[in-house]
Design a protein around this ligand. Sequence first.
Ligand code: ADP
Length: 520
Amino acid sequence: MTMQRIDGAHDVLKRVWGYDSFRPLQKESVQCVLDRRDSLTVLPTGGGKSICFQVPALCMDGLAVVVSPLISLMKDQVDALRSCGVAAAFINSTQGPNEKRAVADQIRSGELKLLYVAPERLLAPRTLDFLAEQNVSFVAIDEAHCISNWGHDFRPEYRGLRILKQRFPGIAVHAMTATASEPVRRDIATQLGLQQPEFLVGSFDRPNLSYRMLRSNNRMQQIVDVIERHRNESGIVYCISRKEVERTSLCLNQLGVTSLPYHAGMSDGDREANQEAFIQERCDVIVATVAFGMGIDKSNVRFVIHAGMPKSIEHYQQESGRAGRDGLESECVLIYSGGDVVTWKKIMSGEPQSYEAAAKSLDAMFDLCSAPSCRHKAIVEYFGQQYESDNCRACDVCLDEIDLVDDPIVLGQKILSCVVRLKERFGAAHTAKVLVGSGDKRVLELGHDSLSTYGLLTDAGQQAVRTWIEQLIGQGYLQRTGEYQTLSLTDSGWQLIKGQVKPQLTVADAPRSRSRSQPS
Ligand code: ADP
């Protein structure tokens, strides 16, 4: 890589897009493309992946082929490129024969720089044969995690992309994605047959986003509270199900917050109309399922609310990442409950082959919500990166919005001792019952009312004890194992028993009196 070439890329960035400098990792990624070296670039949503292949496409001879999963996304990108004066086009099923012919002519004449195409279209033998005869500079694969069924959005049509390295020998392939844990990253490279790829992994931290994770008590009110803080600003409310989308949007409208729904059960026309209204700022709030957002480049989304817990941290990162793409401060609020976990498990039980991995991702998400430790740090560390600061100043935990118990060591010790007394053979529900001194039939039958830890936390209430157990799991003092999810102590748990470490446990909401010493 010569300096001159990256300088050229910098000039293009400035001249065509009007940007002064590359964002973190864009330069390295552009450099790989210019060097014709296979690569995998991982940048969070809003990190600026498109520039990584668009800039070099203009610096290099020939045509860059961009694989993209959604027709709507292609059109937006091509429109945006054309408005910057770039010769870009797409081919897809919405075009008539004349349009297709015009694109083919542009390619043959060598004037086209970027061609967007869906995987199934690219892999059609006619397309492959045609492109094999053209001067292709490189292939970029957007949303590359779709090739891995370990990722969160596997698309079978992506699988066929593995033949690209054979059909276009000597042409580099560059994979781009926003979400990839280490194994998914390796899987993407393997599936695509990348040759000695450069792995470029950007920071997963989004410092301009603030995170809050609230246990649900009155979801609708909690949602409205956030929206009130952002009057006349754009925001997205994500719900788990279509039904919830409809209900929430209606409810917001009744409360005087104009919102529009968006989910896969609506007609294409209605969906598109609502999306357009949001993008063009005729409506501030869109209430949606996860179907909304992929490829929508609206840079001034000021808040993202999750009205229910997403099913993985990958999903959370991607969906919350749609806030603040312009780099300005934005707020992400997640409202969750144990019930959300049950809802997801019900949905997931329809897909038994992937259940185990999905349930694990779900538990990780729940642990992150319930652990009162810095959200920025937890998210970044989940993606295998280090977070240096002790205080992000941009999450509910670091902003001291969460009340912590005064003596978490003693409280933690009480809970862990009970797990030990139960010989590490029972789950969270049973453990909590013993701790609050429940008269539950099974507790009595097993003689657990005679344990020294029975009734140790009678005043707290079962719900609070369950929450603390979740927090101890989330912070790695306890673990759940096996089919029955029995609790046992980790090494850190034993350190806590000895008083050598300090967990963070939150003050519980006022206990409901009926949970005391009652069978449940
Ligand atoms: P991603 O695909 O990674 O989610 P995009 O490529 O859509 O991100 O870029 C997100 C936003 O950031 C876009 O509005 C884009 O124009 C802008 N952007 C990208 N790179 C730069 C840069 N170097 N300087 C300023 N803005 C940039």
